[in-house]
Each structure stands twice: as structure tokens, then as C-alpha cells.
Design a protein around this ligand. Structure first.
Ligand code: BES
Ligand code: MN
Ligand code: ZN
Length: 485
């Protein structure tokens, strides 16, 4: 989508849009429009949309009013995104190719205008590359946004936000691609392409290198797959000499469950079991494109979990790079096995100041929190608080759940140092306890279980059905507010 700024309304304009705060219909609106809006109960709630027609300079134009909610709402920027998204949602395939966003009466600051545009662009994103027989009226028609009467600095603010959009779109692309297209090596290849020339440094370990390092836990998951497992690190040194913050992602490009195979119906969803890794890759792209003033590293453990004659079996014992041994009681609890070695390696290699991991780790987190909040588990109150705040500000909401010694006991094994599953109870917590055993000492660490967040069965406010891009904004905001200031 092409977004441009202009001094005046283009001659060609047929569709206008305005952003309206809750209860603040601009007095400049034609009487028929403001009365029509009231009659339609349009109040300017976040994401609400009212369409009307107006006559301007002798021409009849479509006018959309998009609600941005309360000006003082703590979720202001998320609400502004919803306003932009409402416009894209309404006109994406309407036949209109251009929308003119008139900010004259909006009172929006440059940053607020950028949030509206972010929502507009994100909601307009769709991945149609495999749809070769689409009818014209199904295709996306909306291509251009022309912004007029924006406050000073809006164009520069958008240039910054556009990087965030690129990161989110990259995450969505990775998550949307099927597993015959995105597997560990092709995931790496796509990252190489996207980070080319950005100044980021890419490090990749293949199976031979991981074997040398003793990563028996990660490698065990990939044993049944024809695809070679990979460990990918994306480094960005935009800060001074301080230790980097590390973001670690689960990149299981397809999760059949392995020998503990999953039921057939719905298994196709497991193409997005790399959603945590996808979020890390997209966030790093956004941060690198906007040249974040911080030292950062994104690490993604990439594996395909398949059943096969060579696959690992329930009951197998593997030795992780940390030296700790694991009894693999269920080959479907594979994400934690991948992360165990990815987390340990990250600490050895980069001595990070803090670690946040993102993983579609458990179905149980969806039972707990549904599709509204990701689950956060942390050994550090400050870090958990920072993630919470970044979540509220961006709309990538997350909610902390407990961890502790009593839960940790549940993964003790009679034959190895630990087993990879607990009992029926507290499934997301025992998964987090497992990960914590691979965090050295007091390194501040948080685990974000995003199983309920990376994919949506229904259109949301800044996404259509499918990949949401969850996590990119969260990481970007967390870095901006806590590492760059
Ligand atoms: N990738 C799944 C978790 C998942 C389930 C993500 C549904 C998104 C939607 C994970 O690898 C898994 O299979 N977890 C098991 C753990 C169990 C075997 C202890 C689960 O949640 O059932
Ligand atoms: Mn699994
Ligand atoms: Zn999985």
C-alpha cells in the first residue's frame, strides 16, 4: 500500500475519510452528515465506521468517519490503529483505489496520525500469492492513501511507523506460508533476503554445528524430518557497549506431534507453530529498519516435528547443550525441547542482559486466556511489568501467570534430570518451568506463550482472518520504552 502526503485534495479523489474522537463529531461537518451519524448511533468508538456522501466543490464524494475512541484512553495508539483499520476493512475490495485521509479537524498529533496509517496499511494486507483465479471484485482495490491537512512532522512519524508495518507484514507472511514452502532452511533464506543490506548480522548453525555443541534436545525434535534443523541469530548493534537484549523464538515450521501424533482435524494449524519465531524475525526487521538505538539479538530455533522411522520415541532420553538430560515422555511437547537449547546457546553466545522468548507453546494457554491475552511467565517483576505496559500501549496484550518451586517439582523425572511434560494440571506453567531450567541464575527472563495470539479465525481490527503479526509491536515498544531511552 502506497501512503503519501499532500498539500491539497487530489482532483481524482472519490473517497474521503476523517478520524473522529468519541463524542467529538467535528462541527464543520454538513448537517446531513452529522445528523446521519447520530441517527446511525455513530459516536466515534474505536473502530466504528459511518459512511455518508457529501458534495465538495460540485462533486459528490463518499465520506467515511472512523472512530478513534476516547482521546485519553490508555490504549490510544491501538484505538487509532483500529480507526485506520476500519477504513481499510470497509474499502479494501470496494473498487475504490484511493482514499484521501483528511486530518484537518482531527486534532491528531504526528504520532497519532502515524498510528491511524499503520492500522490502515495493516488491515489492508492480505497474502494472495496462491490465489490465481480471483475475480476482480474479490481482489484488493485499495492501493493508495493520500493524507491531507496533517500536522507538522506527520510524514516523518509515518516513515518510522512504516518500518513497524514492514516488520508486522514480514511476520504475517512467514506465519501464513504453508509448511511445504517455509521450513527451517527456507525460513533462514527468507530472512537473509529481507535483512540484506540492512546492517544486521546473520548467523546460522546447521545440524553438524549444533551436534558439535551438544544440542541433543533441539536436534531430537528434528530427527523424523527430511528438513535440516537450523538455529538462526539476527544481531543488531545500534547501542553502545552494553550487553544485548535477546529475543528467542520457537520456530517449529510444522508440528505433527511426532510419534505422539496429533489428531488429523485441525492439524493444518500447526503450520503456524513457528509464530513465536516469526514474531522475533519481524520485530528484528522493524527494529533494524528504524535503526533502533539498542543492542539486540533475535534467536530462532527452526525445526520440523515429524513422525518417521528415525523420529524420537516417547521415553527417549536426550542430553541438552546445558548438560541437563530430558526424558521425552511426549514428542508433541517439542517446543520446549527446541527452546531449551536455543535459550542456553543464546546465553553462552551473547551474555544477554535479559531474555524474552516467544512461543506457541501450549494449547493450555488458549484454555486459560483465549485469544485476548498472551500468557507471560517471568522470574523478574520489572521485566514482566514492562511487557505488560508495552502490551497495553500497542494492543499486543499479555497477562502474567505464576511460576514457582511447587510447579517445578511436577517435571522431575525418575530416570533423567527432568521430563518434558507435567500432568494434566497447569500445562502452560509446567512448560514455563521447563524453560526456566535453562535460564542461568538471575538473568531477567520472560516467556510469552503466544499460542492463542498468532492466528485468528475471524477478522480482527487490524487483521483479516489468519496471521495477526502479534508480538512485533510488543517487542518494538518494549525496546523503545526500556532500552532506547
Ligand atoms: N504447538 C503446540 C501447542 C499449540 C496447540 C499451539 C494449539 C497452538 C494451538 C505444542 O507443541 C503442543 O503440542 N503442546 C502440547 C503439550 C502437551 C503434549 C503437554 C499441547 O498443548 O497439547
Ligand atoms: Mn507439539
Ligand atoms: Zn508445537
Amino acid at each position: 500500500m502506497h501512503i503519501q502526503f499532500s498539500q491539497s485534495r487530489p482532483e481524482t479523489a472519490r473517497l474521503l475519510a476523517q478520524v473522529v474522537d468519541k463524542g467529538k463529531l467535528p462541527s464543520s461537518l454538513e448537517k446531513a452528515v452529522s445528523e446521519g451519524a447520530s441517527a446511525a448511533r455513530f459516536k466515534g468508538g474505536a473502530g466504528q465506521l459511518f459512511e455518508s456522501f457529501v458534495e465538495r466543490d460540485g462533486k459528490v464524494l463518499r465520506l467515511a468517519l472512523a472512530g478513534a475512541g476516547d482521546r485519553n484512553d490508555e490504549a490510544r495508539s491501538a484505538n487509532l490503529e483500529k480507526a485506520g483499520a476500519a477504513i481499510a476493512g470497509k474499502y479494501q475490495s470496494s473498487g475504490e483505489t484511493e482514499v484521501v485521509l483528511d486530518l484537518a479537524d482531527s486534532g491528531l498529533s504526528a504520532e497519532e496520525a502515524a498510528s491511524v496509517l499503520l492500522g490502515l496499511r495493516l488491515r489492508n494486507w492480505r497474502y494472495d500469492v496462491y490465489r490465481t483465479r480471483m475475480k476482480d471484485e474479490q481482489k484488493i482495490s485499495l492501493e493508495t492513501v493520500t493524507v491531507i491537512n496533517a500536522s507538522d512532522g506527520s510524514e516523518a512519524a509515518w516513515a518510522e511507523a512504516a518500518h513497524l508495518a514492514s516488520g508486522i507484514e514480514f511476520t504475517r507472511e512467514l506465519v501464513t506460508e504453508p509448511a511445504n514452502i517455509i521450513y527451517p532452511e527456507s525460513f533462514v533464506a527468507r530472512c537473509r533476503e529481507r535483512f540484506e543490506g540492512t546492517g544486521a548480522e546473520i548467523v546460522v548453525l546447521g545440524e553438524a554445528e549444533m551436534e558439535k555443541l551438544g544440542m541433543g534436545s533441539l536436534l531430537g525434535v528434528g530427527l523424523g524430518s527430511e528438513r535440516e534443523s537450523q538455529l538462526l541469530a539476527i544481531r543488531w548493534n545500534g547501542g553502545g557497549s552494553e550487553a544485548p537484549a535477546a529475543f528467542v523464538g520457537k520456530g517449529v515450521t510444522f508440528d505433527t506431534g511426532g510419534i505422539s501424533i496429533k489428531p488429523g482435524p485441525g492439524m493444518e494449524d500447526m503450520k503456524w507453530d513457528m509464530g513465536g519465531g516469526g514474531a522475533v524475525a519481524g520485530a528484528m526487521l522493524a527494529l533494524v529498519l528504524r535503526k533502533a538505538k539498542a543492542n539486540l539479538v533475535g534467536v530462532i530455533g527452526l525445526v520440523e516435528n515429524m513422525p518417521d522411522g528415525k523420529a524420537q520415541r516417547p521415553g527417549d532420553v536426550v542430553t541438552s547443550m546445558s548438560g541437563q538430560t530430558i526424558e521425552v515422555l511426549n514428542t508433541d511437547a517439542e517446543g520446549r525441547l527446541v527452546l531449551a537449547d536455543a535459550l542456553h546457546w543464546t546465553q553462552e553466545e551473547f551474555q544477554p542482559s535479559r531474555i524474552v522468548d516467544f512461543a506457541t507453546l501450549t494449547g493450555a494457554i488458549i484454555i486459560s486466556l483465549g485469544n485476548e491475552y498472551a500468557g507471560v511467565f517471568s522470574n523478574n517483576d520489572e521485566l514482566a511489568g514492562q511487557l505488560y505496559e508495552a502490551g497495553i500501549a500497542t494492543g499486543d496484550k499479555n497477562w502474567r501467570l505464576p511460576i514457582g518451586a511447587a510447579y517445578d517439582k511436577l517435571i522431575d523425572s525418575p530416570i533423567a534430570d527432568m521430563k518434558n511434560i507435567g500432568g494434566k494440571a497447569a500445562g502452560s506453567i509446567t512448560a514455563a518451568q521447563f524453560l526456566q531450567r535453562f535460564i542461568a541464575n538471575d538473568t531477567p527472563w520472560a516467556h510469552v506463550d503466544v499460542a492463542g495470539m498468532v492466528w485468528s479465525d475471524k477478522p480482527g481490527q487490524t487483521w483479516g482472518k489468519g496471521a495477526t503479526g502479534y508480538g512485533v509491536r510488543l517487542i518494538d515498544r518494549f525496546v523503545a520504552d526500556n532500552l532506547e531511552s
